[in-house]
Design a protein around this ligand. Structure first.
Ligand code: DGL
Length: 268
């Protein structure tokens, strides 16, 4: 079975699950007339605890699927996949591919005054040192911490709970002085208030979803395809009902949700 793209020249966006919807929302705010195809690989989430070569395989299969649909650009709306798979995707895809890491680093570079920059994310993203290498290359003092529990806290709808506050304080404890903190995971913008309360008021939080949307919208400045109507189709490899339910935490989904057998995503 091959699914055809129901939308003309859409922008492809993918994540391991619902988290990339924060990036999709930011993209849609900036480009309301464009069509998007979102793919949430919910059958295989989380990527953040998987070996990098496995995440590369998943990402390549998804990119092939979206490119076959004729997307005009591909947004890797997942920090973990961006950290380990973006070079492979850029090389392979016939259309431009953007990750969330470079835009986040650029945004941090613009806001830091002291050069003390923190970054938090999944274990795989932090272990890849993708953020750390880029920030260190600019001469910043970098503090990085994997916060594996926070994805689950958000997915359980507990972002504003006392437990979320406790975990965030735990993960952020022992940090050196920083004036900028990159939210290096798609789920963390949902914890923005809790994180801001746990750090000093003058620490600026950098949301890579916003930063990525800015970069992509600038690159795609030209007019959208005339048939574009600001629509979104979501493909999900896991249970569509569970996807819709979990997505409520992130503001819900607008548009069709189409189940996609994960076997359709094997890299060619
Ligand atoms: N989307 C992932 C990221 O931004 C978080 C969830 C996962 O571990 O798959 O790194």
């Amino acid at each position: 079975m091959t699914l055809k793209n129901p939308l003309a020249r859409a922008i492809g966006v993918f994540d391991s699950g619902v988290g990339g919807l924060t990036v999709l929302q930011a993209l849609r705010r900036r480009m309301p007339h464009r069509d998007f195809v979102y793919l949430g690989d919910t059958a295989r989430v989380p990527y953040g605890r998987k070996p990098p070569e496995m995440v590369v395989d998943f990402a390549v299969g998804i990119a092939d699927f979206l490119c076959e649909m004729g997307v005009e650009g591909l947004v890797v709306a997942c920090n973990t996949a961006s950290a380990v798979a973006l070079p492979a995707l850029v090389e392979r895809c016939p259309v431009p591919a953007w990750g969330v890491i470079d835009p986040g680093v650029e945004a941090a570079t613009r806001v830091t005054r002291s050069g003390g920059v923190g970054v938090i994310g999944t274990q795989a993203a932090m272990a890849s040192r993708a953020y750390q290498r880029r920030l260190e290359a600019r001469g910043f003092q970098v503090w990085a911490r994997a916060c594996p529990m926070l994805v689950h806290v958000v997915e359980e709808g507990l972002a504003e709970s006392p437990e979320a506050g406790m975990l965030v304080r735990h993960y952020l404890s022992g940090r050196p002085p920083i004036d900028t903190l990159i939210l290096g995971c798609t789920h963390y913008p949902l914890l923005r208030n809790v994180i801001q309360r746990a750090v000093d008021e003058d620490v600026t939080l950098v949301d890579s979803a916003e930063a990525t949307a800015e970069v992509v919208s600038r690159a795609l400045e030209r007019e959208p395809h005339p048939a574009a109507r600001g629509r979104v189709v979501h493909f999900v490899t896991g249970d569509p009902v569970a996807f819709a339910h979990t997505a409520k935490v992130i503001g819900g989904v607008e548009g069709e949700i189409v189940p996609l057998p994960v076997t359709e995503l094997a890299a060619a």
